[in-house]
Design a protein around this ligand. Structure first.
Ligand SMILES: [Zn+2]
Length: 168
């Protein structure tokens, strides 16, 4: 396996590249410069390890793409054929993403307590039942999403440290 494919980034299928290129009408979706499909870059607007869809990809010129901290690297492999890879300078996490990562480490009962404290209402999805519809219990992800808007990083960190007085 090639060194360039060692990470978990999903390659963007040609079909999706075509769809994105058509949507962009062959222009950089930021500055509007006209480009061939090979000249432009396909920018992931979401986590690049997730299977890409046309809606999560933007067609950009290399200059605009660099503004996102991504740049194009071309290397030759052992057989002399060129491989192109987009590399990230660094991954910058938003404060909300940081909070989500921390919240995921908490148990659901703790997330419930936190929701009560902040008066955050988390509702489970409605499922169609045989006799009547019923509401499922909220998932951990739903708690994490809702709480990440309200709580501070400091608060989550203190909860993570606090393993002793849960029986208070
Ligand atoms: Zn551009």
């Amino acid at each position: 396996m090639s060194y360039w494919r060692s990470d978990e980034r999903k390659l963007i299928p040609m079909k999706i590249k075509r769809a994105v290129y058509d949507r962009a009408k062959g222009k950089c979706e930021k500055c509007g410069i006209q480009l061939s499909i090979k000249e432009g870059d396909f920018h992931h607007t979401r986590d690049p390890t997730v299977t890409p869809r046309a809606t999560s990809i933007r067609f950009l010129c290399p200059t605009c793409h660099r503004k996102y901290g991504h740049r194009r690297v071309t290397r030759e492999d052992n057989w002399g054929s060129k491989e192109v890879k987009i590399v990230r300078r660094k991954v910058v996490k938003t404060p909300r993403q940081k909070k989500k990562d921390l919240l995921k480490k908490l148990t659901v009962p703790k997330l419930k307590i936190l929701s009560k404290k902040h008066d955050v209402k988390v509702k489970g999805k409605v499922e169609r039942g045989l006799l009547r519809d019923y509401r499922k219990a909220p998932t951990k992800q739903q708690y994490v999403n809702a709480l990440s808007r309200r709580v501070t990083i400091e608060e989550i960190e203190s909860l993570l440290k606090d393993t002793t007085n849960s029986a208070r």
